[in-house]
Design a protein around this ligand. Sequence first.
Ligand SMILES: Cc1cc2nc3c(=O)[nH]c(=O)nc-3n(C[C@H](O)[C@H](O)[C@H](O)COP(=O)(O)OP(=O)(O)OC[C@H]3O[C@@H](n4cnc5c(N)ncnc54)[C@H](O)[C@@H]3O)c2cc1C
Ligand code: SF4
Length: 328
Amino acid sequence: MRAFDYRRAGDRAEALSIARTETARYLGGGTNLVDLMRQNIEAPAALVDVSRLPGLIEDTPTGGLMIGAAVRNSVVAAHPAVRARYPMLSRAILAGASAQIRNMATVGGNILQRTRCAYFYDAAGSHCNKREPGAGCDAIEGFNRYHAIFGASEHCIATHPSDMCVALAALGATVHLAGAGGERNVPLLDLHRLPGDHPEIETILRPGELITAIELAPSEAAANSGYRKVRDRSSYAFALVSVAAGLGLAAGKIEDVRIAMGGVAAKPWRAARAEQVLRGQVPTRERFREAADTELAAAKAFDGNEFKVELAKRTIVAMLSELAGTEA
Ligand SMILES: Cc1cc2nc3c(=O)[nH]c(=O)nc-3n(C[C@H](O)[C@H](O)[C@H](O)COP(=O)(O)OP(=O)(O)OC[C@H]3O[C@@H](n4cnc5c(N)ncnc54)[C@H](O)[C@@H]3O)c2cc1C
Ligand code: SF4
């Protein structure tokens, strides 16, 4: 681990100012970044601690919820408004990591955590385009059980590991940002990039830009929502496939539906094609399966993760059936 300066920002302006003047990285709970620094995969000259910036969870004037970027994951998951109005978000967070890590991890850090591809972490012995552009990708013909079935490129097939982000994608969350050029908002779905020719560029963030909050809009489907995560161990394991979904029903038909998948792409994957199939339809298992088949028709698996295609379909059907009360 290389030596670095540690600076604790007293407020947002100070954080932005330090990040502008040094080769700095923001520090949330440090549960991902510090691990990467220990292994010399990341080596910032300075860490700007933003974990103590004021962070609140409060109602918005439009009936939604604003969640500060420094709020700890466990606080978000336990908040009564999140549990009542956005249960998929609470369940997604609780499905991730361990209680100790969730107590440390922040909203901003969770969104920007990096892939768990084993070759990315193996700096001593593996080729990885994300770690070292142009080096190659050992996962494509190697151990790719956890890797992408959507949106991969010939340069990288890694997945984004966050559970929380899958729920945020299904909820259509907005990310609030602040930087040298002022403030701006972007949809969470546009924040992470697919790998393309440059897997080392993972988001659309500008240098020194700080995540300040996420905003959730009010939604009936969000209140009737859940999260299912399929993994190799029943706890303390990253998703093979996960599904966050919400269902708004009116007069026996699907009025609003939100579906996103985790463990399948370099970003949380909104299942827009499946949603399209379901809108206005009577909720049945057969219709859910048709929607899942439609979404997964575009999947492209590798030798070690072909099972994910059927697994994703079944997880979508199971999640939606639970929400519709049509479980077998
Ligand atoms: C053993 C283990 C198991 C885990 N299992 C899971 C799991 O099952 N599911 C899951 O989802 N996650 C899991 N995680 C990952 C965990 O959720 C993340 O490490 C955590 O959410 C990162 O949050 P943090 O605040 O500690 O981020 P940090 O490590 O502090 O930062 C991560 C990144 O975010 C940047 N950053 C932080 N805050 C901001 C901000 N406000 N604005 C801009 N940039 C910022 C940092 O510069 C850094 O690049 C696991 C982690 C471990 C160690
Ligand atoms: S999948 Fe991406 S992160 Fe993994 S080895 Fe290949 S380039 Fe690196």
